[in-house]
Design a protein around this ligand. Structure first.
Ligand code: URA
Length: 275
């Protein structure tokens, strides 16, 4: 392929275009934005083209987009049916990866199901994959993940530990990366919840760490992590501790003191044996 790629009026061969794209990604660009301004007021004023009639979906295949609350509840029911049908983590990974109810799937590179040891006593529930997680298909492998490893390493827990007593199991509310790392919508959370619930049921950890606002919203229906953190609650039928997200701690190092108190609280609870 050559000749028809241009950048700011300059013709590019495919190798140069790829190098330019990689450089932009390296610099943190994660959304393609057109050089030309779009007049959205003018677009909104244009008459809408007729909506094409979709052929009927074969039974059992969920629709890809949610046009009404009715569609939304059908998709949630489908997610619940699929999650309940999984009798192992491998089966859950398979049904969740094949579920087409979330538009996010179309834009993501990889399905990000879990990392660590599924027999661990401690399960960390994070928010959603970021760029690095999307590339690797594993949760918490970017900068926030490295801090998370150091935090839990300080109380003797690691995702690569074989011994369940010393291990961590890590999942996210969302398994597909939201574009531009935006927060998941309430609808995306509702569609993910049946899978998260079943995931935790199958892994059966002694306790869950709700890492940040999105897991608190998902599990408790509440946000406000700075008020919620440090107080044990009951979620997914077991004790759960809301904590500030490591990405927040990277931006606000002063909050690490409270995070350390929360880690000690987890260690004490594990040590006491009765969680
Ligand atoms: N933040 C999360 O909550 N999860 C990840 O996997 C990465 C960053």
């Amino acid at each position: 392929m050559d000749g028809d790629l241009t950048y700011q009026g300059i013709e590019l061969d495919a190798a140069t275009a790829l190098a330019l794209l990689e450089w932009q990604t390296e610099m943190g660009a994660d959304e393609p934005i057109s050089d030309n301004c779009l007049d959205r007021f003018e677009l909104a004023a244009r008459p809408k083209p007729p909506v094409p009639q979709m052929p009927a979906q074969p039974s059992g295949t969920p629709a890809l987009s949610v046009d009404s609350p009715d569609d939304s509840s059908k998709l949630i029911a489908e997610a619940e049916r699929l999650a309940a049908s999984a009798d192992s983590l491998a089966a859950l990974a398979s049904v969740q990866e094949n579920f087409d109810g979330l538009e996010l799937k179309k834009g993501a590179r990889n399905f990000c199901f879990c990392d660590g040891n599924p027999t661990a006593r401690v399960l960390i529930l994070g928010e959603a994959p970021g760029d690095q997680e999307d590339r690797e298909g594993r949760p918490f492998v970017g900068r926030a993940g490295q801090l998370l490893d150091r935090m839990f390493g300080a109380i003797g827990l690691a995702r690569d530990a074989v011994d369940a007593e010393k291990a961590l199991y890590i999942i996210n509310v969302l398994t597909w990366r939201p574009p531009g790392n935006r927060d998941p919508s309430p609808e995306e959370i509702a569609l993910s919840l049946p899978f998260v619930r079943r995931h935790i049921e199958l892994a059966s950890p002694d306790l869950v760490v709700l890492m940040g606002n999105i897991p608190c919203q998902t599990a408790l229906g509440r946000r406000g992590i700075l008020r919620l953190r440090g107080q044990w609650v009951q979620a997914f039928d077991r004790p759960a501790l809301p904590m500030t997200h490591p990405a927040y701690l990277l931006r606000n190092p002063a909050a690490k003191r409270d995070a350390w108190a929360d880690l000690l609280s987890i260690a004490a609870r594990l040590e006491a044996g009765s969680v």
